[in-house]
Design a protein around this ligand. Structure first.
Ligand code: ACO
Length: 401
């Protein structure tokens, strides 16, 4: 042991806040969360109102620009996004280089990072017009890249974006064969997807957005920043949870096995948690989960899909909400608990769930990245540490160790 007190005296004192439980890394005007009250506002607008009245592209405009679009502004934004949906042919060829069973998140992360190699006209982070162009490109190209990753993984030819369709219909069209799979071209499916994208569009300084901002603070280009955001999103404690929820529900298999799963989740030695439960900020309920739960019943009904996993999910929610372990720790279903069931009903395969999240969250990532670069005197993000390693010592030659 050595004297940490002396070391700290020598190097100065820092706040020790593992997991950034109580550290605000930035000021931001994009999104507000009150975790105790279950409130989520994008630019001041309650998520419930946006879910009811808006659409994903309008929400993306709002997040980026700070205001809802005025007359003609939405049309221009939609036109600009639509204009940038294509992928270069040589980028399309990148997909052939991946192993056939690569996870689509791996392909998306690489393809998004590679955009920096194609678009030199939007790499100058000091030019506001170039920054906006990069933001629009990322929102436009994410669905194209995501659908390409999926189609490559199942051995189908990659589809070009059909630009006479709206954002979500266009994505579904790129993903699936038409008309052999009419389900996905159902307007109910596009609307459901749009709503899920609104709910996932931003969530202030979550792990992936903080990653985007940290990488952005070094002056890295926007494509590199968003690729880093995708990497952070992939983990099961963050965006990977929606995939993990569906796997968990499938493993539980039947409502009668729910009790056992709850008991296992309470046992710290089991290494098992109820995926889709708990949240770092929401200690009451996640307002997005409330919207998604309602929507889940509606969408499955409208699409005529019966899914026994929905029964397992409802049983699990009820069992956890009654259990003192979950009540005391304020562990409620989060946004990911029901979203996977809706994605599944839309025919989206499980390994694409986190990719869906990434498409939506791109709007938030670029909004934060833009805000960061509009803020004067933004500093490089450079946390400190409390050193716990060896004290100073002399090098020992190999034959004396
Ligand atoms: N199942 C069982 N126990 C849980 C769960 C869970 N899902 N989540 C938290 N706990 C327990 C912990 O074991 C801990 O118990 P203890 O106080 O007895 O030690 C307590 O609740 C607090 O949990 P922490 O992990 O300290 O809480 P933190 O805020 O760090 O983590 C997180 C939040 C990562 C979301 C956590 O609840 C979790 O792992 N949930 C499951 C994964 C998930 O659904 N992630 C999606 C998050 S939402 C999003 O990214 C969109």
């Amino acid at each position: 042991a050595f004297d940490i007190g002396k070391l700290n005296k020598d190097t100065g004192y820092f706040t020790y806040d593992p997991g950034f439980m109580s550290t605000a890394a930035t000021k931001s005007a994009v999104t507000f969360i009150d975790g105790d009250q279950g409130v989520l506002l994008y630019r001041g607008y309650p998520i419930e109102q946006l879910a009811k009245h808006s659409n994903f592209l309008e929400v993306a405009y709002l997040l980026i620009n700070g205001e809802l679009p005025g007359a003609g502004e939405f049309e221009k934004f939609e036109h600009d996004v639509t204009h940038h949906t294509m992928m270069r042919e040589s980028l399309k060829n990148f997909f052939q280089g991946f192993h056939y069973d690569a996870h689509p998140m791996a392909m998306c992360m690489a393809a998004v990072g590679s955009l920096a190699a194609f678009y030199h006209d939007s790499l100058d982070i000091n030019d506001p017009a170039q920054r906006k162009l990069a933001a629009i490109r990322l929102i436009a190209k994410m669905p194209t890249i995501a659908a390409a990753a999926y189609r490559y993984s199942i051995g189908w030819p990659i589809r070009y974006p059909r630009n006479n369709l709206e954002y979500c219909s266009r994505f579904l069209h790129m993903m699936f064969e038409v008309p052999s799979e009419p389900l996905q071209m159902n307007p109910v499916a596009a609307k459901a997807l749009d709503l899920l994208f609104i709910l996932h569009a931003d969530h202030e300084q979550n792990a992936s957005t903080s990653t985007v901002r940290l990488v952005g603070s070094t002056g890295a280009n926007p494509y590199a920043c968003v690729a880093a955001g995708i990497a952070a999103l992939w983990g099961p404690a963050h965006g990977g949870a929606n995939e993990a929820v569906l796997k968990m529900l499938a493993e539980i298999g039947d409502a009668k096995n729910v009790g056992k799963a709850v008991e296992r989740a309470k046992d710290k030695n089991s290494g098992f948690r109820l995926m889709g439960f708990g949240h770092r900020v929401y200690k009451n309920f996640d307002p997005r989960a409330t919207i998604i739960r309602e929507m889940c019943h509606k969408v499955l009904g409208e699409l005529g899909v019966k899914d026994p996993l929905l029964d397992v999910a409802m049983e699990l929610e009820q069992a956890a909400l009654k259990d003192p372990y979950f009540v005391e720790r304020k562990l409620y279903p989060n946004v990911d608990f029901y979203s996977g069931i809706i994605y599944k009903a839309l025919g989206i395969p499980t390994e694409m769930f986190t990719v869906m999240f990434a498409i939506a969250r791109t709007a938030g990532w670029v909004a934060h990245w833009l805000e960061q670069h509009e803020t004067p005197d933004a500093k490089i993000g450079r946390p400190r540490q409390i050193y716990t390693g060896a004290p100073t010592r002399d090098y020992v030659p190999a034959d004396k160790r």
